[in-house]
Design a protein around this ligand. Structure first.
Ligand SMILES: [Zn+2]
Length: 206
């Protein structure tokens, strides 16, 4: 079972983003409700066209399970001005990525959905393993090594992509995570993770 992703605009969320935008005094206009509704529909159609097998494969390759049957994805009009444009929980996407490039939107959505799979399995998040193996690295780096490794796997397996798979943020912790994935190899990272959680599952059953 995989969750359905329910794309929906959020009027309240937009009020918050609108106020934040006004505080920047950038003079940028916030998109209209009609525009946000129209893009929400487009994102939904696009995701439904592309989603085939993605959520299933995420669970299969990690030996994790989706716990929710539905995940709301809030769509906001926030023009890019803050560091948190898309995030995982509550799952939130903004229309600008889609306007600029639907593929970029899909990359960001897959990234946030991978975080959601881990959010569904908090007891199996390998904090002790990551601390032991990547101790001196930052929190952002440790949180993204597995995310990027899985992202590469999904892009290759479900989207037939071998290039420009991952869109890393320019923040140091993220680029560092991507460096580690390139150096160690995404398959090795996933394999070690699966060994770790299988071991953990065994321990909790005994
Ligand atoms: Zn992330």
């Amino acid at each position: 079972m995989v969750p359905r992703i329910d794309f929906e605009p959020s009027f309240i969320y937009d009020l918050v983003w609108k106020e934040l935008l006004a505080r920047t005094k950038s003079g940028k206009n916030y998109p209209s409700r009609e525009e946000i509704f129209a893009y929400t529909r487009k994102m939904k159609v696009y995701w439904n066209k592309k989603k085939r097998g993605i959520l299933e494969e995420m669970a299969l390759v990690t030996h994790l399970k989706w716990r929710r049957t539905e995940i709301p994805c809030f769509v906001v009009g926030a023009p890019r001005f803050a560091s948190f444009n898309a995030f995982s929980h509550p799952l939130t996407m903004h229309i600008q990525d889609y306007q600029e490039n639907p593929e970029l939107f899909l990359k960001r959505l897959i990234h946030e959905l991978i975080h959601n799979l881990f959010i569904d399995n908090p007891d199996l998040w390998p904090e002790d393993y990551l601390d032991k193996k990547y101790g001196p690295e930052s929190f952002d780096t440790k949180a993204h090594i597995l995310v990027y490794a899985l992202h590469v796997h999904i892009a290759e397996k479900c989207l037939n992509k071998k290039k420009n798979i991952v869109h890393t943020s320019e923040k140091h912790g993220y680029t560092r995570a991507w460096e580690i994935v390139k150096k160690e190899g995404y398959e090795n990272i996933i394999r070690e993770f699966v060994e770790y959680i299988e071991e953990k599952k065994k321990r909790s059953n005994s």
